[in-house]
Write a protein that binds this ligand. Structure first.
Ligand code: ADP
Length: 266
């Protein structure tokens, strides 16, 4: 019997990649990179969708808190993206892995020709055993940073779009919380984790609170939207806590972790 090769998209949010004072969470990053490298060594294909550029850039530029002005956000994104890729390149390099940067905006996915080229690029990188690291192209497109109607919403939606484009088997969204609860646990102490969700409908959306943590931006709503898109295309989605990256091994083995949004059968 052949080994089942899983193609896994892993999304990490700003709150997983940075610590309380907005600096890079180097230990977390190192653990994540080690586990992803190991999971790739086990015969799986990995695509990493990583946010955090603006926060890291702001810190590197010694700005006072998160930038407010658009041009400052875009400048911080340019600086932070460079720093993020430098760290990924270095840490993955320890495990003899090669990473590639892919920066996207909406047009790249809407335009059929660009989309086809993009899929070919992903397939070629994965064939070569390279780990694509994907982010929104925040220094160029301003929609995502500024708009209330965020298409990608702190990369949750971007990760779902990438998972669909690449025909992934699983999408793992690492958050600052253990999974999806029956109410926002930041507001209700008695909130209960829902470990399995078969259908996402209006009643599910009602359980998700507002915009999310101070460092994250998407909140649970954009994770539900992402899960909706990916599960409808036959991709299992797992939302779990990025503070325990070891859970990635359990996810690969199909064990119960966080909240599983079950893929719809074709
Ligand atoms: P990240 O970028 O790390 O994913 P977000 O702040 O975007 O973090 O999203 C996670 C946050 O969503 C949680 O910290 C929580 O406060 C909030 N939230 C709102 N409703 C829910 C819910 N029903 N279950 C879990 N978390 C929820």
């Amino acid at each position: 019997m052949g080994i089942k090769r899983n193609r896994i998209v892993v999304k990490v949010g700003t709150s997983t990649l940075t610590n309380e004072i907005g600096n890079s969470n180097i230990r977390r990053l190192e653990e994540l990179v080690m586990e992803l490298s190991d999971i790739q060594n086990m015969g799986n294909e990995i695509i990493l969708v990583s946010s955090g550029a603006i926060a890291i850039g702001a810190q590197k530029m010694h700005l006072d808190g998160k930038p407010v002005e658009l041009r400052m956000k875009q400048a911080a994104a340019a600086v932070g993206q460079c720093e993020n890729m430098f760290l990924y390149d270095k840490f993955f390099g320890y495990y003899n892995k090669t990473v590639a940067q892919i920066l996207l905006n909406e047009d790249d996915i809407r335009d059929e020709e660009k989309k086809e080229n993009l899929v070919n690029t992903f397939e070629t990188l994965l064939d070569q055993g390279i780990i694509p690291v994907v982010n929104e192209n925040d220094s160029v497109s301003y929609n995502e940073i500024e708009s209330d109607e965020k298409i990608f919403g702190d990369n949750d939606m971007l990760s779902a779009v990438v998972a669909v484009l690449c025909h992934a088997d699983k999408l793992v969204i690492l958050s600052d919380i253990d999974g999806f609860y029956d109410k926002d646990p930041r507001l209700s102490k008695n909130a209960k984790l829902i470990s399995r969700i078969e259908t996402i409908d209006e009643s599910t959306y009602k359980l998700a609170g507002g915009a999310g943590s101070r460092r994250g931006t998407g909140g649970m709503r954009t994770k539900l939207q992402a899960a909706d898109i990916a599960t409808s295309q036959g991709i299992d989605v797992i939302v779990t806590n990025g503070s325990n990256t070891k859970a990635l091994y359990d996810i690969v083995e199909g064990k119960k972790v966080g909240t599983l949004f079950v893929a719809h059968k074709a």
